[in-house]
Ligand binder design. Sequence first.
Ligand SMILES: [Zn+2]
Ligand SMILES: [Zn+2]
Length: 342
Amino acid sequence: MNFCVKCGCDCEESLDGLCIDCWLDGRSLTELPHHVDLKVCTNCGEFAVGEKWIKKDLIMAVQDAAVDALGVIDGVKVTGVSTSYECQDPYVYLVNVHSECDVLGYQTEHDASTIVRIKNNVCKRCSRQLGSYYESILQIRTGAKGLSPELREETLAFVEDYVGRLAATNKSIFITKMELVTGGVDVYLSSISLGKNLAREFSDIYCAETKESPKLVGQTTDGQDMYRLTYLVRLPEYHVGDVVIVDGRYCKLTRVSGSGGRTVDLMNFREKSVRRSDMTEIKLFEKSSDLKDATVINATGSEIQVLHPENYSTVDLKVPEGYDAGETVKVVTIEDNLYLVP
Ligand SMILES: [Zn+2]
Ligand SMILES: [Zn+2]
């Protein structure tokens, strides 16, 4: 059995020679600094939490900032906190932190308060983005002619979607800018790997040819060479659905992937694979959007009769086995003859 040096009472446990009541008397169990600065990015609205920037509700961020600054003296365990606040102006909040405390199994509570001041700042990602920081350029081009507006929209939407998905979990990823240039579009990107991965995606999905070229732009603070990478992506002129010429044969292109393509021969409807390395030999004959519609008059087994879309004569067309013609079919004129594009 101990006794308290202050009040002299017998007590089972003592802290610094005092009974629990005398020890607690007038003692601040928790403490907060006079003020806490909370950094907010004026560009994206995220709040600084330690080394990170996090998206949060303002009031949550204010109260969390106060709780994070809470100091607890030795011998006290905080078992729960609750907060209340008073907005003094949009940049100044008085926050009270109420703590449930455990001192040697004895439950008590304590209040502390601080002023949370909102400080305008710019997070690292935004400062890089605003400062036009980039590490790689994706140059999207096509064969001889410039990029068509449709293909430009399609590829840029693809890039934005791809980057958007990565940026949702990785804040250092962004598109710095997109620039229309003669022959295509240049996309400036936050990292080298982003440019590299996008170039690979284009190669896989569009069967595009890609070429990378590094450029030395200086040195890092620790003396390493610093490069920017340019990824040239040359899109083929053809698309799935187009009529193309492969090995001198007129075909419909039915599939394009990283491993090559697939075609249907318009003369005999045989399917054929095209190796990736042979894809560059493919010549565009007619875009799918330029194919004409022909009205079907009659359908019997392996042939159908259609109205010629230009001179309205009746034309017999061969169709593949089991082909369901419907009311109109897509056709193409090759050397004055009309062919079905199945
Ligand atoms: Zn005492
Ligand atoms: Zn920001």
